[in-house]
Design a protein around this ligand. Structure first.
Ligand code: ADP
Length: 484
């Protein structure tokens, strides 16, 4: 698949350190999840290169922060244009290493690029404040200054977007960045970095450290322990988020964390059922169910339960599963064997406790899982407590609004939630009562660059996107000027 790139020089397999491509002493394999075959090998870096990247990012920082916001924005805008221009190649690279269907991969490239555009514009709007003085002899001025060297550790499910929505605000604010992409999907990150180089990003401003699972831990250790790195942004599991938070405690590092979710998707009696089914399809089966905002628990009010399950199953069974490069395929492989095992264990547990399979429930070969709908699901089942991260829609039955709000909130997670209703009073009541960072109402698709994405409770800290997305990358400084 990678032989067909229009611009083969986008296929980078070395890491980017201080503006130079580094082959590393060792290499690790990147595989195609659809076939299990090796695609290429990539530079395997470790603690020493992480130290070097920190030094390079720190050395590049003064000149980068001294550029005007407009100058930084102009480089980001060029980067954005190149990402869009090369969207087809970037999509091919992503499908090859991540598995999602080509059209979906292209969608992610455009979505990922939109964060670069948005923050290129926002660079010019990082305003400070003046505060009316309490003393005629003094003036109070508030500055917003870049926090410094930032580190980003990103997951495989959105190999480009999870990088751009951290890196773009950091760069816009005047910070320099070190990225450690997921070991499964370094090629997308490196291709984006190549385009950033072409856009005129100065050496050391954007560094990419690639490594396998073990060296990711070693690199993570160095990034967390460094006093020079002032901010860590992480998207991934809550479990790893906790480890990183602990590792960052000694240096009191600022943290942005986008962790796991357990999204409820509620369909009330008064909903437009066809629209709710449409929303559930998008929210549940996108990326083979491997997103942190995927509907994980679908609650349907008893009066419309059978109708909803029937309609959802009819749509789910029509999803074409296969290699993401094949025309017409709308669900690719799972990322790895472990992902399939988790899905299978959730389904087996649900069946053992009384749920039934309406459609799906089977593995196809080693790497694919059929889009599944489970009915008669109850709260004692594993899939109601843990993120399944696969194409399984467990449908629960409920009676009242109060009951479902309680069920929906009965989790330590609080990222995305969804509900369908046509009653304006209920829309406000439930929208306010759900303990989540994001609520999709009569829609299954909520994320764009213009809005704040993030969670409450153990789903994380901070918000990405929107004007708020800059906040994590700037420090507030108060100047008190006397003797006026
Ligand atoms: P997922 O479940 O999506 O694979 P993880 O939380 O395991 O999510 O991984 C997300 C990112 O965190 C990846 O880039 C991975 O390499 C990195 N990672 C995992 N464990 C550690 C660790 N102990 N220290 C630093 N980075 C880690």
């Amino acid at each position: 698949p990678l032989a067909l790139l229009a611009d083969p020089s986008l296929l980078k397999t070395d890491a980017l350190l201080n503006g130079e491509w580094v082959a590393g002493r060792d290499r690790f394999d990147v595989t195609d999840p659809a076939t299990g075959e090796k695609l290429v090998d990539v530079a395997l870096l470790g603690a020493a290169e992480a130290e070097a990247a920190i030094a390079a990012a720190n050395a590049a920082w003064p000149a980068w922060r001294s550029k005007t916001a407009k100058e930084r924005g102009a480089i980001l805008m060029k980067w954005y244009a190149l990402l869009v221009q090369h969207a087809d190649d970037l999509a091919r690279i992503m499908t090859a290493e991540q598995g999602k269907p080509l059209a979906e991969a292209r969608g992610e490239v455009i979505y990922g690029a939109s964060f670069v555009e948005w923050f290129a514009e926002e660079a010019k709007r990082i305003y400070g404040e003046t505060i009316p003085s309490t003393d005629n002899n003094k003036r109070f001025v508030i500055l917003k200054q870049p926090i410094g060297v930032c580190a980003a550790i990103t997951p495989w499910n959105f190999p480009i977007a999870m990088i751009t929505r951290k890196v773009a605000p950091a760069l816009a604010a005047g910070c320099t960045v070190i990225i450690k992409p997921a070991e499964q999907t370094p090629l997308s990150a490196l291709a984006c970095a190549e385009l950033a180089q072409r856009a005129g990003m100065p050496p050391g401003v954007l560094n990419i450290l690639t490594g396998d699972a073990d060296s990711s831990i070693a690199i993570g250790n160095v990034l967390c322990a460094s006093d020079t790195v002032r901010h860590l942004s992480f998207t991934g599991s809550t479990e790893v988020g906790r480890i990183l938070m602990k590792q960052c405690a000694p240096t009191i590092k600022k943290l942005s964390l986008e962790l796991g979710g357990n999204a409820p998707f509620i369909v009330f009696d008064d909903a437009d059922i066809d629209s709710a089914v449409e929303g559930a399809m998008i929210s549940k089966y996108r990326n083979a169910g491997q997103t942190c905002v995927c509907a994980n628990r679908i609650y349907v009010q008893e009066g419309v339960y059978d109708q909803f399950v029937h309609k959802l199953a009819a749509k789910a069974v029509a999803i074409k599963v296969g290699n993401g490069f094949e025309a017409g395929v709308n669900q690719g492989p799972m990322i790895d064997a472990q992902a399939i095992t988790k899905v299978e264990s959730h389904v087996a547990d649900a069946l053992a406790k009384g749920a039934r399979v309406v459609v799906g429930g089977t593995r196809i070969g080693e790497r694919f899982y059929t889009p599944t709908v489970l009915a008669d699901v109850t709260s004692d089942m594993l899939c109601s407590r843990e993120e399944t991260f696969g194409p399984v829609a467990p449908v629960f039955r409920f009676k009242t609004e109060a009951e479902v709000v309680e069920l929906a909130n009965a989790t330590e997670f609080g990222l995305a939630s969804y509900f369908y209703s046509r009653d304006i009073g209920r829309i406000f009541r439930v929208g306010e009562a759900l303990e989540y960072g994001m609520v999709g109402i009569n829609t299954g698709l909520i994320s764009v660059a213009e809005v704040p994405f993030g969670g409450v409770k153990q789903s994380g800290l901070g918000r990405e996107g929107s004007h708020q997305g800059i906040e994590d990358y700037v420090e507030t400084k108060y100047l008190c000027i006397g003797d006026i």
